[in-house]
Design a protein around this ligand. Structure first.
Ligand code: PGA
Length: 250
C-alpha cells in the first residue's frame, strides 16, 4: 500500500529562493518513488510560485497543501485566506487543527468550521488531534476533540479526512520533544478508530502519525499497517532527510 508523506514546513524556509529550491528537490526525488503520496505544506506566501513548479516536467507526484485556512469565502477578515484563494494555486490538502494553531487560540469550534469548509471546497483536510502532555486521560481528550472537530460532518466526508494522531509533547520543537513509540501511536490510532466507529459507519480512513518523525524512526511507524503515513516537521526541511524518508515510504 502506498504511504503518505506530509511535509509541514511551518514558518520556513526564510526566503522564496530557498523554498523554490527545496520544493524542486521534492519534485525530483519523488519521481523515484511513484507510489508515495507526497504533500508539501509551505507558508502561504510561497504557494503561488511553488504551484508553477508543479507539472513542469510531466505530471507531478507532489501535491501542495496549506497550513491553515479560514471558513468564509471572502470579506472583512483581515489576515485570513479562503479555500477559494487556495484553490487557485492548486492546493489540494489543508492542515486543520495543528497544535501550534490550537496553542494560539484556535478552538475545536473553529477547527470544525474549517473542516466543513475544506470538505465543501473538495480539498482533503489533514486533521491533527492529540493530547498536550502524556496523560492517562488520552482517550477522553481524543473523544472530546473528535466529537467537536467532526460536529455535523457526515460519515462520507469523515472518510475523506486524513486523521493524524500527533501528540503535542512528541513534536520536535516541544521542550524535550521525542517521538512517541510506534506501539503507543498504534494504540492511540485504534482508540480514535473505535471512538469514530461508535458514532459513524465509516469506510476505511487514512490514519497518520506525527511528532518527531525522521529517517531513523519512520520505518518503525510505517511497518504498522494501521499507520498510512506521517506528518513531518523539522526533518522535512533537510534534503538528506527528505531523500531517506522518501526511500522508506515506497
Ligand atoms: P516535527 O513536527 O516533525 O518537527 O515534530 C511535526 C508537526 O508539528 O507537525
Amino acid at each position: 500500500m502506498s504511504k503518505i508523506f506530509v511535509a509541514n514546513w511551518k514558518m520556513n524556509p526564510g526566503t522564496l529562493e530557498e523554498a523554490k529550491n527545496l520544493f524542486a528537490f521534492y519534485i525530483e526525488e519523488s519521481q523515484k518513488y511513484p507510489k508515495t503520496r507526497v504533500v508539501v505544506c509551505p507558508p502561504f506566501v510561497y504557494l503561488e510560485e511553488l504551484s508553477k513548479q508543479l507539472g513542469v516536467s510531466g505530471p507531478s507526484l507532489v501535491s501542495l497543501g496549506a497550513q491553515d485556512v479560514f471558513w468564509e469565502e471572502s470579506g472583512a477578515f483581515t489576515g485570513e485566506i479562503s479555500t477559494k484563494q487556495l484553490n487557485e494555486f492548486g492546493v489540494k490538502y489543508v492542515l486543520v487543527g495543528h497544535s501550534e494553531r490550537r496553542a494560539l487560540g484556535e478552538t475545536d469550534e473553529m477547527i470544525n468550521k474549517k473542516l466543513l469548509k475544506v470538505l465543501e471546497a473538495g480539498m482533503t483536510p489533514i486533521l491533527l488531534v492529540g493530547e498536550k502532555e502524556k496523560s492517562d486521560y488520552r482517550e477522553d481528550i481524543l473523544i472530546d476533540q473528535l466529537a467537536n472537530d467532526f460536529k455535523d460532518v457526515s460519515a462520507e466526508d469523515i472518510s475523506k479526512v486524513f486523521v493524524t494522531y500527533e501528540p503535542v509533547w512528541a513534536i520536535s520543537s516541544h521542550s524535550g520533544g521525542q517521538s512517541d513509540t510506534p506501539e503507543n501511536a498504534v494504540q492511540a490510532i485504534s482508540e480514535i478508530k473505535n471512538i469514530l466507529a461508535r458514532s459513524y459507519k465509516l469506510e476505511a480512513i487514512s490514519y497518520l502519525y506525527g511528532g518527531s518523525v525522521n529517517s531513523s524512526n519512520i520505518e518503525s511507524f510505517l511497518s504498522h499497517p494501521e499507520i498510512s503515513g506521517v506528518v513531518v516537521g523539522s526533518a522535512s526541511l533537510k534534503k538528506d532527510e527528505i531523500s531517506k524518508i522518501l526511500s522508506l515510504t515506497k
